[in-house]
Ligand binder design. Structure first.
Ligand code: ARG
Length: 458
């Protein structure tokens, strides 16, 4: 009769509901390859310490490869008693190669096994996510490079502030994502710590060579403490924190574009490919893609916060609560991967209306430049700010723009105004004056683009 792998001390049966409640195979099977790679490395380590002969190792490795091919081909047949990916793979291995399969788990526990699988699997996902994020940044940079001519108001408090270039705004979001790229790289050394060889909790009595295992599996270091090795899930939390921050950037960018796509702004039009309609209002074209990008940030943050709650208050080492690390992590990975792809498509295909952006530039956004003009004539900024403010008030009372005020008007506000004051009312010139690093002038945009391109090459 079939037995659970741990069935020896049991006489009673598991309640069927409990079996369902306990089993994680339906979601952890996605780590099947990591589990097999870990087992192959472990069988080699067992040979090195004389637990397996070379022939036994070969048979085990061949069996494991066969199990892997079954998963790949979709022919792996899940059995009712399979609890998780570790028990399923081991059960199948023993079916294929007989009792020898039972030697593989010598000195190993699912506790060090699952922690190893998770880290190994996540390291692979981090590579894919890095590529996804780079793809997004790349389209943002390419677009910014092409659309440097487009001017629009920059906003603070959602009120028009100063003229900037559209590319400058787009690149501001790209820089947030570029910092995410750096942060993601910095997570790797803490994910790449090998738990295998920690046993259930108290280490490995067969003295497997853990440095060898780390090398075989491509880990940067070995968990120095076996209790820590099996009990730590900070790498899961940290990755989800990273994702939460990156999704916050995503959400803020989406919000900008949602506002800009309203008829009231009319700055951008999303392509049909990333919009949807209304079941009732025939005229509607809704920016659902952007709203989902904004909305999914809440879901990612929720996964992170939820699992942090699970960890809080757990006693040392392995507790089954830790199985709850998987669904939130998997969901976060799936969500951010999809978001990077969708955002890339949205940005690559949306229409940008330079004329509408330009129309939104009213002369009042040059009030700071007007104050700066007087600074260059020797007046302290605090005074020039006040004088420029009075010019704004005067124009407002006459229901005209700053450049409609006469030279005489300006003379009454300050005798430092000269005929050249009209030169202030030039948006392009305003933007180009901002030649300090970080500004929206052309040379500084070129610089930003170069910095981001360099980051993308790393
Ligand atoms: N499925 C378990 C998990 O995901 C594997 C470890 C189980 N270990 C144990 N001693 N019950 O965490």
């Amino acid at each position: 009769t079939k037995q659970k792998l741990w069935g020896g001390r049991f006489t009673g049966k598991t309640d069927p509901l409990m079996h369902e409640f306990n089993q994680s195979l339906r979601y952890d099977k996605r780590m099947y390859a990591a589990d097999i790679i870990g087992s192959i490395a472990y069988s080699k380590a067992l040979t090195k310490v004389g637990i397996l002969t070379k022939e036994e190792e070969t048979k085990i490795v061949e069996g494991l490869e066969k199990v892997r091919r079954e998963w790949e081909a979709g022919t792996f047949s899940i059995q009712p008693d399979d609890e998780d990916i570790h028990t399923a793979n081991e059960r199948r291995l023993s079916e294929l190669i007989g009792p020898l399969g039972g030697k593989l788990h010598t000195g190993r526990s699912r506790n060090d096994q699952v922690a190893t699988d998770m880290r190994l699997w996540l390291l692979g996902e981090v590579k894919d996510i890095t590529e996804g994020l780079k793809g997004l940044i790349r389209v943002m940079v390419e677009r910014a490079d092409k659309e440097k001519d487009i001017l629009l108001p920059g906003y603070t408090h959602l009120q028009r502030g100063q003229p900037i270039r559209w590319s400058h705004l787009l690149l501001s979001h790209a820089f947030s994502f570029s910092a995410d790229l750096q942060r993601l790289r910095q997570l790797i050394p803490r994910i790449s710590v090998l738990p295998l060889g920690s046993g259930a909790l108290a280490g490995n009595p067969f003295v497997v060579d853990r440095d060898f295992l780390a090398k075989e599996l491509g880990f940067e270091s070995v968990a120095e403490n076996s209790l820590y090795g099996v009990g730590d899930r900070d790498f899961v939390v940290e990755f989800m924190m990273w994702a939460s921050l990156s999704m916050t950037h995503m959400s803020r960018m989406a919000e900008d574009l949602i506002i800009y796509s309203t008829a009231e702004f009319g700055f951008v039009t999303l392509s049909d490919a990333y919009s949807t309609g209304s079941s009732m209002m025939p005229q509607k074209k809704n920016p659902d893609s952007l709203e989902l990008l904004r909305g999914k940030s809440g879901r990612v943050f929720g996964n992170m916060a939820g699992f942090l709650m699970t960890l809080k208050g757990l006693p040392s080492t392995y507790n089954k609560d830790l199985q709850e690390d998987k669904e939130p992590l998997f969901d976060v990975i799936d969500t951010v991967s999809a978001c990077f792809k969708i955002a890339e498509g949205v940005i690559a295909t949306m229409e940008v209306h330079g004329d509408k952006m330009r129309q939104a530039l009213t002369m009042d956004v040059l009030a700071t430049d007007l104050a700066d003009y007087l600074v260059r004539k020797g007046i302290p900024f605090r005074e020039t700010h006040h004088i420029s403010g009075r010019a704004v008030a005067l124009a407002e009372s006459r229901k005209c723009q700053l450049n409609d005020l006469t030279f005489q008007d300006y003379k009454t506000l300050s005798d430092k105004f000269e005929e050249d004051v009209h030169k202030v009312f030039d948006f392009e010139a305003s933007v180009e004056r901002r030649q300090a690093i970080g500004g929206p002038s052309r040379p500084m945009l070129e610089r930003q683009i170069a910095v981001l391109r360099k980051e993308l090459q790393k």
